[in-house]
Every structure is written in C-alpha cells, then in structure tokens.
Ligand binder design. Structure first.
Ligand code: ATP
Ligand code: MN
Length: 461
C-alpha cells in the first residue's frame, strides 16, 4: 500500500523521492511557479505540490491539470516557504491519471449543503464532507473499542423481521408478492402465506428484542447496524435508514444502564477530540462555534439527572413559551428537550421514570404502577440521542402489559420464553449513531452526516 498524504505530511524534509496520489483541490499559477493542493481524504489539509515551470518541459501538461483531476506527483519533501504548511512537495514529475473537465460541479467556492446533497456522489471531496466522513469513522471505531474493552460481545441481529419491536407502525414492508395482483384469501385480504417468508415481513426498527435473547446467554452484548423507520417526518433529526448502537446487559438495572450510557458517550467524544483535532477545529470554525469546548465540558462533568415528574414540573412553569404546553402524562417533545438541556442544565440530561402510557411495553414497571424504568439521554441542540430502559423481566407483569396494549403474547412467544427460563433483571439502550455524529460535529442536518441519506421522497444514489 502506498503512503497517504497524512503520513507524508508527518515526515521530515529529505532527498528521498516520494509519490503523492490524490485529487487536485486548487491550482494557483504565477509566471514561474504553479501551486497545486492535492488531497486524498486522509486529512483535511492536502499537500502543496510546487512546480517550477522553468524546469518543466511539458507546460501543456500543467495547463490541463484542473480542479478535480486525479494526479500522481513525484518529488522531494522540502521545508515550505509559505506559512500555511510545514512541508511541501518540490515536484519533479507529475502525471494526470484522470483528467477533470470544466463542468466539474465542485469548483473552488463554498457550496451550500443543500447543493452538495444533490451531488452526494462527489461531496466527500469537499473539506466539510471529508471531515464528517473521518469523524464518523473514528466514532464507529471508538464505539467498537469501548464495548470490546468492556467485555461486550458484538452480535448481528436480523434486518428482516416478522415481529414489530415497538408494537407500532412506521415499518417498511418486505415482500416478493406481485403488488399489482397479490394472492387473496376468500375474504379478499392478502394471503401472506404465499409471500416469501410465509408471513408478512418488515424491515427492523430496532434489534433490541433479538439482542435481549443474546444478553440472556452472553451477559453483555451490543449491536451496531442499520435500522429502518418509515417516518413521514421531515425533520433535521430523522432518517428513514439510520444506524443504531444497542447494548444489552444482563444482571443490570436502570442505574447500571445510565452509567454505561454516560461513560460510553464520554469515551466516544474523547476519542474524537484526541484523534481528529484538525477536523474538530474545522467544525468549530466553520460549522458550530464552540463545539470543541462544549465536548470538553461534557467529557469532564457529570450528566444531569431528572425524573420525568421533575422535568414536567420545571417545564410547566414555562408553558407559555412552548408551542405544545406540557402536563403530567404528555410526551416530552423536541422544544421541551431543548429547554431542559440548553436553558436549565446547559449539558446533557438523563430523564427517567416516564408514564407507562408514553413508553414501550417492555419497560419495567415501577412500584407506583404508573411509571416505567425508562431513560432518555437528551443533548443540547438535538434532544434525544439515546433511549433506553430496564426491561420488564417478570413474566406475569409483562404479559399483563402486553394485553393492556392489545399485543398478542403468542406473537412474542420466544421473547416471553426469556422470562420463563432463567430470567434476570436486564437493561439496555439505543443510540442513534447519526444523532451522535451530528452532536459531535455540530452539523445542522442529519442528512449530511451519512453518505447517502434516505428520507421521505429521497433515495437517490
Ligand atoms: P424521536 O422521539 O427523536 O423520534 P424515538 O423515541 O423514536 O426518537 P427510539 O425508538 O428510542 O427513538 O430510538 C433510539 C434512538 O434512535 C433515538 O434515541 C435516536 O437517537 C435514534 N433515532 C430514532 N429515530 C430516528 C430516525 N428516524 N433517524 C435517526 N435516528 C433516529
Ligand atoms: Mn421517533
């Protein structure tokens, strides 16, 4: 494998002839010299290749090097005279591998993220999307290292499922039936026994239920994979296809769950600050002022804790400022999440013990009979980034909850088996990976932190 520009830039000047491969970001010409900035995605700043025109026989070649062209340059690494970089390439040879005509959409000016979304196949070649891509990569790796270092087993749960985790809609259907002429039963309804799986199947909205079965054997597990929700919501925080991280721990209660969630987030944030300082400085200057300081503060201070009931009390005092005033029993919506984190706590807040009516059937019922052992981690700017809970591990109570909600226990027979055979208290959570990337980078729209966003009316590329 040939060295990338990042490694080359960390070297000392020497007489060795080095080879630089990459794409031309900018070209500046003067009478005697030509400056090329070559980038290969390995770091924010590319390398400056300086070409002395006098010593170059083929000036036609230089003329045909344009922004976007793929080139291989050779030369010595020398100390740079300009102030912007320590070293530069004193170019002795250059070759155009892939020329780039003038209609290349990424010319040297700042493009809007909306424009770049329409050029998503090229946007990784910009400073902004290069930085997002590197930070996302570092976060993925940090997620795996956190869990691997702490004794969690990585489990891959299925993406196609016939059970509906939340007991609610918003799922994409998976079928091989002829949708124009599906087989029908006598009563006119569709005969799913003729479908590929012999029953109706969907794309998963969460790997949790399957994850729980593995935690009941392996103690601590995590999943990290794609999740799908047919959410018809045009927000800056929702995608139809996103990545979710879901740890699940046996012999663990809500307190243990919250401790893991907090140390997990801090670990991931710290890795990004340590390993991507150049990219983070870029986000701080051009995307979200102060984002580095905020992350440093988050890493070193404990998260705020609040029960749902306390949160509602605080919010009720401010009801006239909200579009949706709250009372005990109402859902905490985005505007309230922002108020709690940005105005009251000024840092992430973990809200616990929600009314059972607004949470999923599998959350452990508190002794009061009205609230459940759920927790959401709310972050300034974004609202919810983690949703988790201690799971109801008592068979009779779980069955009652399901019946109350109109779910059929027989549809969940294998899930209920976990409560029959060696059941233990257990807990877990789900982190929306893109929300975490948004939080770290300060990017305003979730569509810009995943390579090819899927959302309502959009599945291009
Ligand atoms: P929200 O209220 O923000 O829609 P949720 O209550 O539906 O979130 P959960 O079902 O608890 O979320 O999912 C776990 C995590 O997955 C959330 O905390 C969030 O970070 C993330 N998430 C949920 N829906 C989406 C989505 N459509 N796109 C991206 N991330 C999502
Ligand atoms: Mn949702």
């Amino acid at each position: 494998m040939r060295e990338r520009i990042r490694e080359i830039l960390s070297k000392k000047p020497s007489d060795d002839i080095l080879t630089v491969e990459g794409w031309v970001r900018t070209k500046r010409d003067s009478k005697n010299v030509c400056f090329l900035e070559i980038n290969d995605g390995s770091c924010l700043k590319g390398i400056q290749a300086v070409v002395d025109k006098a010593s170059f026989s083929n000036n036609n070649l230089l003329d045909s090097i344009t922004t976007g062209a793929a080139v291989v340059a050779r030369g010595r690494l020398v100390e740079s005279l300009g102030g912007n970089q320590a070293v530069e390439l004193e170019t002795s040879g250059i070759e155009i591998v892939g020329p780039c005509p003038q209609d290349y959409p990424l010319q040297k000016k700042r493009h809007t993220v909306e424009f770049l979304r329409e050029k998503a196949h090229l946007r990784a070649r910009t400073n902004l999307f290069g930085a997002v891509t590197r930070v996302r990569n570092t976060m993925s790796y940090a997620i795996h290292s956190f869990f691997q270092e702490n004794g969690f087993i990585y489990v891959n749960t299925p993406l196609i499922t016939a059970s509906d985790c939340e007991g609610a809609g918003e799922q994409f259907q998976v079928t091989t039936l002829d949708i124009e002429n599906p087989p029908r039963l006598k009563d006119g309804s569709i005969d799913y026994s003729k479908d590929f799986f012999g029953r109706m199947a969907k794309l998963t909205v969460s790997g949790q239920l399957d994850g729980e079965t593995y935690a009941m054997a392996m103690k601590n597990i995590y999943t990290f994979g794609p999740t799908f929700r047919a959410e018809n919501s045009n927000t800056t925080r929702h995608l139809a296809e996103f990545w979710m991280v879901e740890p699940e721990m046996a012999f663990c209660d809500l307190e243990g769950d919250m401790e893991v969630a907090e140390s997990f987030l801090k670990y991931v944030f710290k890795k990004v600050l340590d390993e991507r300082s150049e990219d983070m400085a870029f986000f701080d200057s051009f995307v979200q002022k102060g984002v580095v300081g905020t992350l440093e503060h988050v890493i070193t201070s404990p998260f705020e804790h609040m029960t749902y009931t306390e949160a509602i009390k605080r919010l009720e005092k401010e009801n006239d400022r909200f579009e949706f005033p709250v009372h005990w029993g109402s859902d905490i919506q985005s505007e309230h999440e922002r108020y709690l984190t940005e105005e009251i706590a000024k840092r992430p807040v973990i809200v616990t013990d929600y009314p059972k009516e607004i949470k999923a059937f599998y959350m452990m019922l508190n002794e009061d009979g009205r609230t459940v052992r759920g927790m959401d981690v709310l972050a300034p700017r974004l609202g919810e980034i983690i949703g988790g809970s201690e799971r109801e591990w008592r068979l009779d109570i779980l069955e009652n909850r399901m019946k109350e909600l109109g779910l059929k226990p027989e549809d969940y027979w294998w899930y209920l088996d976990l409560r029959r055979y060696g059941s233990v208290p257990h807990a877990g959570f789900g982190l929306g990976f893109e929300r975490a990337v948004q939080y770290v980078t300060g990017m305003g729209n979730i569509r810009d932190v995943i390579p090819y966003p899927r959302y309502v009316k959009s599945a291009e590329f």
